[in-house]
Design a protein around this ligand. Structure first.
Ligand SMILES: [Fe+2]
Ligand SMILES: [Fe+2]
Length: 312
């Protein structure tokens, strides 16, 4: 690629992101802000759809390295409120709560609701610990179209973009991979079958839809079947949470991206001490927590995704 802009690696990544090349790259533990085009830049392009992603607030968690997850969620919400352009909507990729308790759901709903944004949620495994997720679904998915009774998956359209929220956390085995299941896959096939291949697709789900670390359950058993249904589309973006760190890759027409948590980091895949809250010094905590802004510009197959840490 011609790097006449002189931006070096930054320019290369930017070009790759927008040109939708099939080059694969993976980054662990966060990417520089400048790696992808800035959302403010994208927002100046006519017709851009800007939205935010929030994930893994774990309200109710209160151990090392973060005894104030309510405070750090509030900081994330403040960062969203401070964006130069009001986002059109929010997607939430799960683990709103730590233990699915009503009080934890209340606190999260109140803080997130203060953004004034329409929020579209999918559950994390921490949100469905009680009553098969019924209370989560009733509280956070009220009014959305259900793919099946209690299924917690649905789709909607906004400004020409088709959003698909999937549930891959019901019936998880301990340490096991995520699973979508036959009912949801059949619903997905039906949901996309009559759509034009030129319509941009954004899929969001809690556990990554690409295999990151099978021994830790960081992947989804039947994700290949879901992705096969989306193969004919020219622009597919898959946004996930669960692993509490930024990772991304591009494979053909599909871009995968995972978001930071607002509560605590987890280790890089396969490294000690294993999955779960990772200790960091208090001064470094906000550098590994954050929120994500996404901009879709009509005609561009790749979305601009910017991960903003809560602090330096
Ligand atoms: Fe989580
Ligand atoms: Fe999770």
């Amino acid at each position: 690629m011609d790097d006449s802009t002189g931006q070096g690696r930054r320019g290369l990544l930017k070009c790759m992101a927008w040109a939708g090349t099939s080059v694969v790259w993976t980054m662990v533990g966060g990417i520089p802000r400048s790696a992808l085009i800035d959302s403010a830049q994208a927002a100046t392009t006519a017709g851009a759809l800007n939205f935010v992603q929030l994930s893994d607030n774990h309200i109710g968690f209160s151990r090392d390295p973060n005894t104030d997850v309510t405070g750090t969620l509030q900081e994330g919400v403040n960062a969203i409120k401070a964006l130069p352009q009001k986002p059109a909507l929010m997607i939430h990729t799960g683990d709103v709560s730590h233990l699915s308790k009503p009080g934890q759901f209340d606190t999260a709903a109140q803080i997130i609701g203060s953004t004034g944004l329409q929020a579209h949620y999918v559950p994390g495994e921490h949100d469905v610990l009680e009553d098969d997720g019924k209370s989560f679904i009733e509280r956070f998915q009220a009014g959305v179209r259900q793919g099946a009774p209690g299924g917690a998956f649905y789709s909607f359209d906004q400004e020409g973009v088709h959003f698909i929220g999937l549930n891959n956390v019901t019936n998880l085995k301990a340490g096991g991979m995520g699973i979508l299941g036959g009912t949801q896959l059949a619903w997905l096939a039906d949901d996309v079958k009559d759509r034009s291949a030129s319509q941009p697709i954004i899929v969001f789900a809690h556990i990554p839809l690409w295999t990151i670390e099978p021994a830790w359950g960081w992947g989804t058993d039947d994700s290949a079947q879901a992705l096969a249904l989306l193969k004919r589309f020219g622009s597919v973006t898959v946004l996930n949470g669960h692993i509490h760190q930024v990772m991304q890759k591009v494979e053909g027409n599909v871009a995968f991206h995972t978001a930071r948590s607002t509560a605590f980091p987890q280790p890089a895949p396969g490294t000690a001490p294993g999955p779960g809250p990772m200790h960091v010094d208090p001064g470094q905590l906000r550098g590994v927590l954050g929120v994500t802004s996404v901009a879709y510009v009509p005609g561009q197959s790749r979305l601009a995704i910017v991960d903003t840490p809560l602090g330096a």
